[in-house]
Design a protein around this ligand. Structure first.
Ligand SMILES: Nc1ncnc2c1ncn2[C@@H]1O[C@H](Cn2cc(CNC(=O)c3cc([N+](=O)[O-])cc(O)c3O)nn2)[C@@H](O)[C@H]1O
Ligand SMILES: [Mg+2]
Length: 216
């Protein structure tokens, strides 16, 4: 076509050129290489990705919700660690990103663990039970619009999607930052929260993940 390709399209091309079909680790490495050496993109990245890996591995979750799929990098990172039968539902608002993410997820060969849903988190969170038969989630990864973290967390509480022990893991709590969300989870008696200091993906700027356990 005459129009310039988009960054997600160039990221997908790099995956198809450098990653092996059915090998999630090679997809992760291909995206990290592309973002470090070609074009920065807002994936959680390799450094924060290792923290994400350790939280997922320790929790061994059956039901995971991801808010903000983007190109599917963290979707692949999480799904590759899930036990058989476990499910990851990922919500993506932007249809152009969803088209790319579906292909990244398929290339990694983990599509049977993942359900990518197009639409806004605020519209889909109230429909998790009737539409997907999900009572509660074991883990929620927040990486979408930063001003949606807090309202969506309150919405998940209100819809009964969090149970004693559900873990919320939030990206970008320093950069771009989510001050209202941080203040809430760190001061609410309903959460035990801790900060994992790291760096903004592919840069030396500070960023980190906040892990908050819902206490019921
Ligand atoms: N309510 C929503 N429901 C479903 N998907 C959503 C919603 N809001 C945004 N998204 C989707 O998340 C994807 C990725 N995304 C994430 C953000 C917010 N994240 C950032 O802006 C960000 C920004 C930087 N940064 O600027 O350095 C670094 C990061 O790690 C980030 O996650 N905006 N779009 C986009 O495709 C968007 O459609
Ligand atoms: Mg992020």
């Amino acid at each position: 076509s005459l129009t310039r390709s988009t960054r997600p399209q160039r990221l997908l091309k790099a995956v198809k050129q450098h990653a092996t079909r059915g090998d999630p680790q090679s997809v992760i490495s291909a995206i990290d290489h592309f973002c470090r050496h070609r074009e920065w993109a807002m994936n959680v990245g390799d450094e924060k990705g290792c923290i994400l890996d350790s939280v997922v591995s320790e929790l061994n979750p059956e039901k995971v919700l991801e808010l903000g799929t983007y190109c599917g990098y963290s979707t692949v990172r999480i799904a590759r660690l899930l036990p058989p039968g476990a499910r990851l539902i990922t919500l993506e608002f932007n249809p152009d990103y969803a088209v790319i993410a579906r292909q990244v997820i398929a290339w990694a060969g983990i599509e049977d663990k993942v359900q990518l849903v197009e639409g806004a988190s605020e519209d889909w969170i109230p429909r998790m039970k009737e539409h997907f038969g999900i009572e509660t989630f074991d883990l929620v990864f927040l990486d979408h619009w930063k001003d949606h973290y807090l309202p969506d967390t309150k919405l998940m509480e209100g819809c009964g999607l969090l149970r004693k022990g559900t873990v919320l893991l939030a990206d970008n709590v320093i950069c771009p930052g989510v001050p209202d969300y941080l203040e809430y989870v760190r001061n609410s008696r309903s959460y035990k929260s801790c900060y994992f200091k790291s760096h903004l993906e592919y840069t030396r700027a500070e960023d980190g993940l906040e892990k908050s356990v819902f206490l019921g």
